[in-house]
Design a protein around this ligand. Structure first.
Ligand code: FE
Ligand code: FE
Length: 189
């Protein structure tokens, strides 16, 4: 289980992303450090998790669909889109291209788009850092940041409530794993 240093990953992530998204992942890495400090977690590993989470976000649909076949991932994934793929399938590109085989980091990337019933501290840090990095500015950002500073678990519940509500309002489908995560973290099941 290993992963390269931030400085080694930096140019590879830089070339994979637009300027705007690159700035998002830098800020997510910084916010992950903040949350790691509050939760006694390895700050460098947290920074890397935040920094790589959207590495695959600008890949084509064709790339993702080929990768699902090539790696024999769950065929149901093909019924979804890049908003789900860039985490679950994106982890495959990260393993192969960024040479990260640390499953804890790969799982945090996989789970950042959906949440999950079981989430490690790193999963929660990356999930929340993506949502709360300082470039984010939705209504109640400050409330969400405070809730998450007080309790990482409460932050996960807050985000799931926020994101699933938005999907329902916009008549969007909800990935089953997200619904299970919602039932667990918000509904107490
Ligand atoms: Fe993402
Ligand atoms: Fe993101």
């Amino acid at each position: 289980m290993s992963y390269p240093k931030y400085d080694v990953l930096y140019p590879k992530v830089r070339q994979a992303l637009s300027q705007e998204r690159f700035e998002h992942v830098i800020r997510a890495g910084e916010y992950a450090v903040h949350l790691a400090e509050l939760n006694d977690y390895d700050t460098e590993k947290a920074r890397i998790g935040g920094f790589i989470h959207d590495y695959a976000k600008e890949r084509s649909d064709k790339d993702f669909l080929n990768e699902i076949d090539k790696k024999k991932l769950d065929p149901d994934l093909k019924n979804w889109d890049s908003s789900i793929w860039h985490g679950i399938v994106g982890a495959e590109f990260i393993r192969d291209e960024l040479r990260i085989d640390d499953e804890e980091l790969l799982n945090a990337v996989r789970r950042h788009t959906t949440g999950d019933v079981q989430m490690t501290t790193l999963d929660k840090i990356v999930f929340m850092a993506d949502f709360l990095e300082l470039g984010r500015n939705f209504s109640d950002t400050d409330v969400a940041r405070q809730v998450t500073d007080d309790s990482l678990d409460a932050g996960v519940a807050w985000q799931l409530q926020f994101s699933l509500s938005r999907l329902v309002r916009n008549h969007r489908a909800i990935y089953p794993k997200s619904l299970l995560a919602y039932n667990h973290w918000v509904g107490g099941k």
